[in-house]
Design a protein around this ligand. Structure first.
Ligand SMILES: [Zn+2]
Length: 251
């Protein structure tokens, strides 16, 4: 079986309320909310999972005062890729777990990549329910950012490469998907916002931003049944540039 190496890329930090990631608990508790993307290499491919925010300026301008946002100099997508010796044009596959602004903001950088997304997420992104409109910005994923011909729209589970597949993980967004990657250590699930904090999975607490509660719990089960390790989308338990050779969170 082909083995891949994963490196985690930090795309900045939001500062907000913990309850925005833990449904029903910890209201008013301030926490840092790092935004994670992943670089996966193997089998002759360079793959990016989620692309972070577009820029610090864009985020400040569009988020208003819901969150404070910070981004260190190596936390732009270009700088983080440079740190690991990659150029955006070398990336041949981008997987968007979903289309919230902190997961597709730098899609525009990847001119030579094929983009993989669940078609249900694409459809939803153009007409989210009212209280989710603030997460979707067409300029980040629409034609201004990515040629339509670069998208590969999926309907369900799909093997992108041997040892690398996506499985729909609903609940947080309508067409969310997790990336299940075969590594030396076992199968790593890049769950991203289906499990915003590791605590969500550990204590069976849904992320607060949800489109479907039942699907959110189903996603937890899918992750538990199909992976050895899980990487959440916004947890401080991950280190910048952490690679899959180091222990990732064991579920
Ligand atoms: Zn997110």
């Amino acid at each position: 079986m082909v083995e891949y190496q994963i490196k985690m890329l930090k795309m900045g930090t939001l500062y907000g309320e913990k309850s925005s990631l833990t449904m029903g608990i910890d209201f008013g508790v301030p926490i840092p909310i790092p935004m994670w993307s992943a670089a996966i290499e193997g089998n002759g491919h360079k793959i990016v999972v989620d692309t972070g925010i577009k820029s610090l300026e864009w985020t400040k301008e569009n988020l208003g005062d819901q969150y404070e946002v910070e981004q260190e100099s190596d936390e732009t997508m270009e700088a983080a890729l440079e740190h690991i010796g990659w150029k955006p044009e070398e990336v041949d596959i981008v997987i968007n777990t979903h289309l919230h602004y902190d997961h597709c903001g730098s899609n525009y950088l990847f001119k030579n990549a094929k983009f993989y997304l669940q078609s249900s997420e694409w459809d939803y992104a153009f007409q989210p329910v009212k209280n989710q409109e603030c997460f979707y910005y067409e300029e980040l994923f629409g034609w201004q950012a990515v040629r339509y011909t670069s998208w590969k729209m999926l309907s369900g589970e799909y093997q992108i490469l041997p040892g690398l597949r996506v499985i729909p993980l609903g609940g947080h967004s309508v067409g969310g998907q997790g990336v299940f990657v075969n590594t030396k250590e076992g199968i790593v699930c890049l769950a991203m916002d289906a499990v915003g904090l590791y605590e969500n999975l550990e204590n069976n607490i849904l992320p607060n931003i949800m489109t479907n509660v039942e699907d959110g719990f189903k996603a937890f089960d899918i992750i538990r049944n199909n992976s050895d390790f899980v990487i959440p989308g916004h947890d401080t338990c991950i280190n910048k540039y952490q690679s899959s050779n180091f222990p990732v969170v064991n579920k």
